[in-house]
Design a protein around this ligand. Structure first.
Ligand SMILES: [Zn+2]
Length: 472
């Protein structure tokens, strides 16, 4: 039996206003190719880059959220290589003195907490984008110079599901602290994997293979599964694993050899002469640390423990900081976390059809007030979840106004409900006979009839009590 030993390098674009070393807009989504560039990010000779402070601080924040230590001193280095997507002829990255080192991430996998070491988080700039067309290759340099953080894990991941859970937790953390939007569809988060295999119980590492540039969780999982199988087959056949870089072919679902692995000296790293080193004080680090707030896993655990939510609901509600905030506000204002959870997870999210909670036409005040109306027996739960909610969603109006306008107020007047109950009992002699004979538990049916007759406005609890009393 073999096991994989996996390390992950995650590249995430930092969501700054401008690029890493120039004043170009950092958002090139839908821009015409090569329109969002300047002499600096195009690597013209004689230009001088300037460090984007926002990118630096957001990188430090991410590193702190990943429990890294922050050295007081760090610097940028040139990583020299030639490729058409890199007009400078080098990438500005960090070699031996990155902004952070030695952290860890805790995440959940198959119901258990797993901890993986983070070797480092460093800053660098992104390259341009190549599209390989039928007749040649097109270069778009809009992405060139986008601020990136690279998060390198220790090789402490031992299965595809662990790797996937780790990567998903990184995405959640970066979104929560606001350092990256991590939108996979826009290429804001990409994975490189290192994978070797060994017989279970062995201590020695096998030869590792790198698979680069996986741009979705699905491809990450597929590439890991494929590469594990490939290496097992090779070893079983008596072949040697070659240390190399492979690419993922989305069409065939296989990895393909691209080049033999480079060593650090192939890149001729040296300190970037055009940028000053960076320094940070203990006080600045403390300030950034205190701005991080509660991380998603901690939040989820608290939702389960303190608010008595189910695992799946707690996970859903802690998925993004906006959704978590919305839920917590409704829960606090209504003093009813369970109903807040139920409305948001079973009704509101479905209605939003994939849109973010920030686009909800229902404010937290209005949703909390709706819950209060139910708890005061002013409207039925059913009415609240259907008619009133639909109208709130369509118009953004407060629930009390809708209830008033539409005359939906629940009837809790026992005299009035009793009248309807008596009528229903008279109209259904065969059901009553069944109940009296003990052969039918149709009291629920009768309550349903009362609700129908009252157009949903009778308080179902009171109706059930009256029916019971009348039948005795
Ligand atoms: Zn530029």
């Amino acid at each position: 039996m073999y096991e994989p030993i996996i390390g992950l390098e995650i590249h995430a674009q930092i969501n700054t206003k401008t690029k890493m070393f120039c004043s170009c807009n950092n958002d090139s989504f839908r821009a015409i190719p090569n329109t969002n560039v300047c002499p600096i990010c195009m690597g013209f000779p004689g230009v001088l880059p300037v460090i984007n402070k926002e990118a630096y601080l957001k990188g430090i924040k991410a590193a702190l959220a990943l429990n890294c230590s922050i050295p007081k001193f760090s610097k940028f280095d040139r990583k020299n290589y030639f490729y058409p997507d890199l007009p400078k002829g080098f990438q500005i990255s960090q070699y031996d003195q990155p902004i952070s080192e030695k952290g860890y991430l805790e995440f959940e996998v198959e119901g258990k907490i797993k901890k993986v070491g983070i070797t480092r988080l460093h800053l660098e700039d992104d390259a341009g984008k190549l599209s390989h067309e039928r007749d040649g290759t097109l270069c778009d340099y809009n992405r060139s110079g986008t601020p990136l953080m690279e998060i390198v894990s220790e090789p402490e991941i031992y299965s595809t599901s662990e790797a996937s859970a780790y990567a998903r937790e990184i995405q959640k953390v970066l979104r929560h602290i606001g350092s990256s939007d991590c939108d996979m569809e826009k290429g804001m988060m990409r994975f490189d994997i290192n994978i070797s295999i060994r017989k279970k119980g062995e201590k020695k590492f096998g030869t590792k293979v790198e698979v680069k540039n996986l741009n979705s969780f699905k491809f990450l999982e597929q590439a890991l599964d494929y590469e594990f199988e490939r290496q097992v087959k090779a070893l079983e056949a008596g072949e040697k694993i070659v240390q190399e870089t492979r690419g993922w072919n989305t069409e065939t679902g296989t990895t393909e050899s691209q080049r033999s692995k480079e060593e650090a000296h192939d890149y001729r790293y040296f300190p970037e002469p055009d940028l000053p080193p960076m320094t940070i004080t203990a006080e600045e680090i403390e300030n950034i640390k205190s701005s991080i707030g509660e991380l998603p896993l901690v939040k989820k655990t608290r939702f389960i423990k303190d608010m008595d939510l189910k695992e799946d609901d707690a996970r859903l509600l802690s998925e993004t900081p906006e959704l978590a905030k919305y839920f917590e506000e409704v829960a606090a204002k209504s003093k009813d976390p369970k109903s807040a959870n139920s409305f948001i997870t079973t009704v509101l999210i479905g209605k939003l059809e994939g849109k973010p909670i920030s686009e909800s036409p229902i404010t937290t005040d209005n949703l909390a007030n709706l819950i209060k109306l139910i708890n005061k027996n002013e409207i039925s739960n059913n009415m609240a979840k259907t008619e009133v909610f639909d109208e709130m969603f369509a118009t953004g109006k407060p629930p009390s106004e809708i209830v008033e306008e539409k005359g939906l107020k629940q009837v809790s007047d026992t005299g009035e409900i009793e009248k309807i109950c008596k009528k229903i009992i008279e109209e259904n002699p065969s059901v009553i006979a069944d109940i009296k004979a003990g052969t039918n538990k149709a009291e629920g049916f009768l309550v349903g009839q009362v609700m129908k007759a009252s157009k949903g406005k009778a308080n179902p609890k009171i109706a059930a009590e009256i029916i019971k009393k009348l039948l005795q």
